[in-house]
Design a protein around this ligand. Sequence first.
Ligand SMILES: Cc1cc2nc3c(=O)[nH]c(=O)nc-3n(C[C@H](O)[C@H](O)[C@H](O)COP(=O)(O)OP(=O)(O)OC[C@H]3O[C@@H](n4cnc5c(N)ncnc54)[C@H](O)[C@@H]3O)c2cc1C
Length: 541
Amino acid sequence: MPKSSNSKSRQSFHHEVLIIGGGAAGLSLALHLAHHARIAVITKGPENSGSTFHAQGGISAVLRPDDSYKSHIDDTLNAGGGLCDEEAVKFTIEHGPENIQWLADLGVPFTADRHKDGSKSYHLTREGGHSHRRVIHAADATGQALETTLINHARHFDNIELFDHHIAVDLITGKKLGLDHNRCIGAYVLNKEKDQVETFQARYVILASGGASKVYLYTSNPDGSTGDGIAMAWRAGCRVANMEFMQFHPTCLYHPEAKSFLLTEALRGEGGLLKRPDGERFMDDIDDRAELAPRDIVARAIDHEMKRLGAECMYLDISHKPAAFIRSHFPTIHAKCKEFGIDITKQPVPVVPAAHYTCGGVITDLHGRTDIERLYAIGETAFTGLHGANRMASNSLLECLVFAQSASKDIISQLKEPHSWDDIKDWDESRVTNSDEEVVVSHNWDELRRFMWDYVGIVRTDKRLQRAKRRVDLLLSEMDEYYGNFRITNDLIELRNLAVVADLIIRCAMKRKESRGLHYTLDYPETDDSKPAENSILQPE
Ligand SMILES: Cc1cc2nc3c(=O)[nH]c(=O)nc-3n(C[C@H](O)[C@H](O)[C@H](O)COP(=O)(O)OP(=O)(O)OC[C@H]3O[C@@H](n4cnc5c(N)ncnc54)[C@H](O)[C@@H]3O)c2cc1C
């Protein structure tokens, strides 16, 4: 873009590596590269604003002699509903233990058991789908411990520059600039404090910007999970796959101010009952295991009841248990609900299922390389083939670590090649004005998340998908016009990306004429076993 004649003087930066995202994936990569290259890590909010900080359960890896790679691989393939890439599964799992060791060496305070002879070993938990104890954790706040340790280490390296409150707007590629190559050579980034778009040029660019669960009305994710990396990669020309496989957690606290608060499955494990607003149970009509049926079945049942009754939420009731038992087993939940005026020892808790994890994403190989030269995608942004049609609990943080490590090896192996910087023009704002209609953004934001929830949520039909597609098409064209005419803001950037991601989810869902894993449609309720399972791959024009 030509430089605006009246532009303020803008900053532009040159680093060997630009990492967009400072969660488990982005920070691990930065630390692996820190002795080899100058790195910029940008985060759009405070440094710890991604999902990583919120992870509770832990990280899966084969860490005990009675466990085996084969068992972890088999469990992952089973959960993935016939769509996992076996090579990616094997690769991830076999690199698990060394990455856990790497974290332990950095000082992540994993919970340990002390034995009678004075020795210690890591305490491992077992989660849904895992046939062994293999989830290493730091009490019930693994993500916080992980993120904090990684940030503290990153701060110590002169080679790593951390830019918080910087939101990447779009990738810069040779093709976009009309150059004779199509390498990724940087990104335009809005410095939110200065309200100015800056140019970050880099030899290697990595999308480590997390998932897209914010596309739904209810989500367990932090506000920034707007699929920015997926949308940017798509706009730049990368293929995207399997976006229909969004994982929903069955029970999130339903309260206007209780964002992102999960109610653990253990509540149901200890006798919590799911009830309709009239106090009647419903899970016992749906599955023999009632409240203890697998996550996707419970989430689907709650969704079905809400839609059938037009209810805003269902209720989780454990108040029939002794108050002392509840307080001692669930102190955090008890305290958190109290903050919102709900006493779980005396009353049922309003709950909704919530979008939790994005299984699809930007297609990569085992080094995190995308379709565009020198552009990588790692962590929840990427589609590596590990998760297939359903992510197994605690495999996601493992994927962040393993692919950060493998991408770093690939980048290090190329750093010695000669390099010259391209000439990149500043961002042009000469033709745009400040919007006097912020309401357009907030209205579209709400509308998008609502129709995605209603029409492209846990239970889908062809008709609902078509309705959603018509709405998202309209929204995309409105956004294009708005984006072209008005000065960009954080909200506008995120909304534009959410609209792209919503479109990708709908298109993938429309391609799949069967129910498989996390994708359930009333029009094709069975899995199609008549032919080999296929990924839903979308190719940009
Ligand atoms: C409540 C909760 C509990 C979970 N529990 C577990 C668990 O126990 N085990 C497990 O394996 N997984 C768990 N997960 C999933 C796991 O936490 C995530 O998949 C993982 O942390 C993703 O890491 P990431 O590095 O890819 O992205 P994130 O940690 O989400 O980080 C994304 C980063 O990208 C930045 N960013 C995004 N867009 C832009 C942009 N445009 N410009 C600049 N920066 C940008 C953000 O600011 C952030 O720094 C949980 C998730 C949630 C929400």
